[in-house]
Ligand binder design. Structure first.
Ligand code: ASP
Length: 438
């Protein structure tokens, strides 16, 4: 029996009209038998997400302020949906209980989690499906870390009967039964966890865009959509700033080889973006899959003659950063030079001390810090088999008058990373995109 887990984001379930679209999508394929909903999101640009209203209720209650107006606002969102869809669930009793618990000092996580909890109740009622409280199937350990093993065992057992089920996203339970949430956008993670537990054939993540774009549309006009991407490529692109899916949502499904498909609730005919472990490399594979980056890095560059024969040189440099709790992002090195790329704001508070300590420990000929650097990754499984990709990339940058300050290519050949001045960030992304995509 084929099984598909579907996760619907906040905008996909923002009002009764969106609920109807979700029901139609589910009805199209009977393999879609597990749904993970988010809390109602924005219905229009200036609207407020229910989760944000819940955080506000908690903050107001914690300060001893009156939170009733905020609560009424979010209660109205659910009441409208229930009324317009003619639902039977006793929403009034649920809302009263939540209201009472917020007034009684309920935790921030409990408050936030009610967005998904209530939306799950409504959706289950609307679909006539079973509702399974995430607090019964998603677990965190004493330290508050997600307990993957316990979750998998319990969830697998409880969902094994194949009964169509709604599991609200975003939260689970601590060992003492109290509620804990994932970080923002965490319903994506719940969806992936359910997909792994039921050994789904696919994890469909329904949202309000038709998949990933090859570049940030604020930088490149009308960038093309990515039809297929591997988990490894996606990891590189999201690490570099591209975002549609919560980063932690990849691991549960990636590990067991379940493909994720990003789909658009408002355009269900569109095939979206397929993310899988491997994609057969045929001639149609584009050379690059996407380009993304971040501004605001510093490059610490250390030069010393005969550095390569000095044992432990790199370790000493990295040790200094570790001692100050600064993580490094890249470390391209030459024969007598070594560069370490770090986040500028992480380095700033310790800058002088870091320079002094590295100088003491390594006695370099030259030690420089170059700030306001952007790091841009051009990612593509198609680059491996194509000679001359790097040459094209650097020629395009040179034609655009951009000075390359750093180059790093991982041994996987999955990406080429360049460092440029922050002022050249947008121009670099455009130059690379135009060279390979046109
Ligand atoms: N509702 C939560 C948030 O707004 C979680 C989610 O939507 O995935 O972050």
């Amino acid at each position: 029996m084929k099984k598909i887990v579907t996760k619907f984001g906040g905008s996909s379930l923002a009002d009764s009209g969106q609920f109807k679209k979700v029901r139609d999508i589910l009805a199209l394929d009977e393999a879609r038998r597990y749904v993970v909903p988010s809390a109602p999101g924005k219905r229009f640009k200036e609207d407020t997400k229910v989760t944000d209203l819940l955080y506000r209720c908690h903050a107001q209650a914690a300060k001893g302020e009156d939170f009733q107006e905020t609560f009424d606002q979010l209660a109205a969102r659910y009441m409208d949906i229930a009324e317009e869809l003619g639902l039977k669930v006793d929403l009034g009793a649920q809302l009263d209980e939540i209201n009472g618990r917020i007034a009684g000092g309920a935790s921030r996580d409990y408050c936030a989690s009610r967005g998904e909890y209530l939306n799950g109740l409504l959706l289950a009622d609307y679909l006539g499906w079973r509702f399974m409280d995430a607090a019964k199937v998603v677990f965190f350990d004493e330290r508050g870390f997600f307990d993957s093993e316990k979750t998998n065992v319990v969830m697998m057992a409880l969902l094994a009967d194949g009964v169509p089920t709604v599991v609200p996203g975003f939260y689970g339970a601590m060992p003492d039964g109290s509620i804990r949430t994932f970080s923002r956008g965490g319903s994506d993670i719940t969806g992936a966890i359910v997909a792994r537990a039921v050994r789904a054939d696919a994890y469909e993540n329904w949202t309000d865009v038709s998949g990933f774009l090859m570049a940030d549309p604020r930088i490149v006009e009308n960038p093309r959509e990515i039809s297929a991407i591997t988990y490894a490529e996606l990891r590189e692109l999201s690490y570099m700033g591209a975002s549609v899916l919560h980063e932690d949502a990849m691991f549960p499904v990636h590990k067991v080889g379940i493909p994720t498909i990003i789909r658009n609730t408002n355009n269900p005919q569109h095939p979206g973006t397929l993310i899988s472990l491997e994609i057969p490399c045929d001639r149609n594979v584009p050379i690059i899959t996407g380009v993304a980056g971040h501004k605001g890095f510093s490059v610490i560059s250390v030069e010393k003659a005969m550095m390569n024969s000095e044992l432990g040189f790199g370790r000493r440099v990295l040790q200094v950063l570790e001692d100050f709790g600064i993580s490094f992002e890249h470390m391209p090195s030459g024969i007598d030079s070594l560069c370490v790329v770090v986040h500028q704001d992480e380095l700033a508070p310790h800058r002088e001390e870091v320079v002094r300590r590295i100088a003491d420990l390594t006695q370099p000929d030259k030690l420089l810090i170059h700030d306001n650097m952007s790091v841009i990754a051009t990612v593509g499984r198609g680059m491996v088999n194509n000679c001359g990709t790097a040459a094209r990339l650097f020629s395009a940058m040179s034609r655009a008058g951009i000075n390359v300050r750093m180059i790093d290519q991982g041994s996987s050949e999955l990406s080429i990373i360049v460092g440029v001045d922050d002022d050249d960030f947008e121009a670099t992304i455009r130059a690379i995109y135009n060279e390979f995509v046109g």
